[in-house]
Every structure is written in structure tokens, then in C-alpha cells.
Design a protein around this ligand. Structure first.
Ligand code: APR
Ligand code: ZN
Ligand code: ZN
Length: 363
């Protein structure tokens, strides 16, 4: 039997989101229906609402979530009703050219539910990143459910479903930060702070946080920053060089997605160092830099999609590290809000007042 629940829907470009009754079908083959407990508010939700991702309105927003599997389709074996899971948007297919080459974190054909959730009048919804978790119940592909230790509260575990995983993965997967490295992170929102936490986990010796907001720099210290630079007051490239014996950092992570901060990242790394772009630029952004510097400075310029994560490998591991007190995931939760407060949370996100607002869907 399909179920009717409340969900946060973006009906048209730029319009405030509304709470709507949505219809969630019974899971079919390969699908799971999940009772959402908590779901973080991410920039991508706002980008959907603004029509910056595509035009497939109406969207069912929310994609950074943890919950409990309520029911599964006939052939599903990976998860079972009652399992405590984090939802992911990289359910690897195992068959595409990336998967066949042994690089499943680039999977080009990730799985989502086949059936559509709808409004009561039958209008099909497009779930954000194939998830749609600002809703009491959502329908996903079974592979989008990653089982983790239920000792981690949902507002904490759910964060690994998107932004925090992107940041940690930018450091430990894409940037391959290792013991003794110097690392600089430009932009210390939720994603940048997660990169800082990831760099600390990986054993970085110096972690330089760069931001234009002193409040953010203060928080960055709590995640492991050893030094901070306010780039409104100080040239960040010079400051990073000064803090690394004049050389620049081994790995610089750009967690904003802007040309000027990318350029800072590029010049703030050591010769043959690595730049990781995890911030998402907008389509109008351009960059104009001497090509010779790309050659002459060598090293690696990488992008990090979702932290190059493999959910089944990374989520349970990071939850365990959290439970052991080695990864302060709880500090990303700036506030817990209700399902009707998403629009207000967008406003706070825009003003830089929060690392993460988390919707407690189940309460
Ligand atoms: N120089 C330095 N820091 C800056 C600058 C700048 N020019 N502009 C903004 N910042 C800082 C902000 O003060 C803030 O602390 O960057 C941080 C951005 O954080 P959030 O807005 O909270 O964004 P976050 O959720 O961390 O995501 C960052 O990653 O996944 C992508 O879409 C996401 O592009 C976004 C980026
Ligand atoms: Zn694949
Ligand atoms: Zn997201």
C-alpha cells in the first residue's frame, strides 16, 4: 500500500518551499522505503529550489539523511526492515565504464528508485539527488541505504550522507592527505570544516584554516585547525607560505567554489602539491591564469565529487570513528529544526550563521 506523508516541496523556480502531502509507493524490485529520522539542509537543496540544477519541478528536497528501513521490494537482500541506515546518492551500478575500470567512486550510472513519488493529484516529484528526505517516508534504491551502527544519533549520522562526507573525502580520498602533511583549507563552512577534520584524522601535521569570517575560523580550530588566516585582512597565499617555511602546503582544499579562492588555492600549494576543488562553482564563473604556471608548478589539480566516497566503505567507518570519540560529527549540528522550518534554514545558511541545520523529521 502506498503511504501519504508530509514532505518539503519546491514547486517552482525561486518560490518558497511548501509542506505538501506526498504519496510514497510500496517498494518495488530493488527499492526500499525508509522512515526518515533526520535530514540536514544542504546548499544543493537551495540550488534545486533556485532552478540552478535543472527544471524538473516540483522537487522533493532533502538528501542528507538517516532513518530506518520500513519495507523493501521483493528481491532486496542488502537491507531489511528495521535496519538503521544513512541514505547515499552513490549507489554504484557495478557495470558502467568507471565501475568496470575499478573506480566505482566515479560511477556514472548510480541507482535510484524506479517508481516515482507524487503529489496527491498524481504530479510526479523529482527527489533531490534521487533521495527526497525532507519527508517522513521516502523511496530509494536499496543500494542507497548504507547500514551503520545505530548508536550514532540520526542528526549526526545523516550528515555523512552529503556535505560532511564531501569534505572529509576531499581530504582523505581525493587529496590523499597522509601523516605529516601540511594542509590548507579555504572556506570553513560545513564542507571545509569536514575537510579539516578529515586532514586531522589522516595525520596532517599542520592544518591551516582560511575564511573571511572570524566566527568560522574559531569553529575550525575545534575540528583540528592548527593555524587560522582571515583572508579579508591578510593575503592567504603569503600567510600559508609563511606558515610552511616559505613553501606552500602539500594539499590545499578549496571548499567554496569561486575563481578567486581557487586561484589562492593554486598558488598556496607547494611545488608539485595537490589542489582539491570540492566547492561547487556556478556556470558563469571563469578563471584566467598563466598556462605556464600550470606546467611549471606541476603536481595535481583534482575535483572531488562527493568526496570520492564509497558509501558502504566510508559511512560505517566514519560512524565508528565518531562513536570512538575520534571524529566530532556532533559539532556540525548548529541547530535541530522542524520540517516546517526549511525556508528559514535556507536564510540562515545564506547568512553564514550555521554549519548545518538538521530537520528532525521523525519527531
Ligand atoms: N574567502 C574565504 N572564505 C570565504 C569566501 C572567500 N572569498 N567566501 C565565502 N567564504 C567562506 C564563508 O565565510 C563560509 O564559512 O566559505 C564558507 C562557505 O561555507 P558554507 O556557505 O557553509 O558552505 P558549505 O556547506 O561548507 O559548502 C561549501 O561546497 O559542496 C559545496 O555547494 C557547496 O559550494 C559549496 C561548498
Ligand atoms: Zn557504475
Ligand atoms: Zn548536499
Amino acid at each position: 500500500m502506498s503511504v501519504k506523508v508530509q514532505g518539503v516541496v519546491a514547486r517552482s523556480k525561486g518560490a518558497p518551499v511548501t509542506l505538501e502531502t506526498i504519496v510514497v509507493p510500496d517498494p518495488g524490485p530493488g527499492e526500499a522505503r525508509v522512515k526518515v529520522a533526520a535530514c540536514g539542509v544542504c546548499h544543493t537543496d537551495l540550488h534545486y529550489r533556485e532552478g540552478a540544477i535543472n527544471d524538473e519541478f516540483p522537487f522533493l528536497l532533502g538528501h542528507e539523511a538517516a532513518g530506518i528501513v520500513e519495507s523493501v521490494g521483493p528481491d532486496v537482500t542488502e537491507v531489511a526492515p528495521g535496519d538503521y541506515v544513512i541514505l547515499n546518492w552513490r549507489a554504484v551500478c557495478g557495470e558502467c565504464r568507471a565501475c568496470r575500470r575499478g573506480r566505482p567512486w566515479y560511477c556514472f550510472k548510480t541507482h535510484n528508485a524506479t517508481q516515482k513519488m507524487t503529489l496527491e493529484d498524481g504530479t510526479e516529484l523529482t527527489p533531490a539527488l534521487g533521495i527526497g528526505a525532507f519527508a517522513q517516508m521516502t523511496l530509494v534504491a536499496a543500494g542507497q541505504c548504507t547500514k551503520v551502527d545505530d548508536a550514532a544519533p540520526p542528526e549526526v549520522a545523516g550528515l555523512l550522507g552529503c556535505g560532511v562526507m564531501a569534505g572529509i573525502g576531499a581530504a582523505i580520498n581525493t587529496g590523499a592527505v597522509t601523516r605529516g602533511d601540511s594542509v590548507a583549507v579555504i572556506g570553513c563552512g560545513g564542507v571545509g570544516d569536514a575537510a579539516i577534520a578529515g586532514a586531522r584524522l589522516a595525520g596532517a601535521r599542520k592544518i591551516i584554516a582560511v575564511d573571511i569570517d572570524d566566527r568560522k575560523l574559531e569553529l575550525a580550530k575545534g575540528f583540528g585547525a592548527t593555524d587560522t588566516v582571515n583572508s579579508r585582512q591578510t593575503d592567504p597565499v603569503k600567510a600559508i607560505q609563511d606558515l610552511t617555511e616559505g613553501n606552500g602546503a602539500d594539499v590545499v582544499i578549496e571548499a567554496i567554489g569561486r575563481p578567486e579562492t581557487y586561484e589562492q588555492a593554486f598558488y598556496a600549494r607547494d611545488l608539485a602539491g595537490t589542489v582539491v576543488l570540492v566547492g561547487v562553482p556556478s556556470p558563469d564563473m571563469r578563471i584566467d591564469m598563466p598556462l605556464l604556471d600550470f606546467f611549471g608548478r606541476g603536481g595535481a589539480l583534482k575535483s572531488s565529487w562527493y568526496g570520492d566516497c564509497l558509501p558502504d566503505r566510508d559511512f560505517p567507518m566514519l560512524v565508528d570513528l565518531y562513536l570512538q570519540g575520534r571524529l566530532p560529527l556532533q559539532d556540525f549540528v548548529s541547530e535541530k529544526i522542524g520540517i516546517g522550518d526549511v525556508e528559514a534554514a535556507f536564510e540562515k545558511m545564506h547568512k553564514g550563521d550555521v554549519l548545518r541545520s538538521v530537520v528532525m523529521v521523525g519527531s
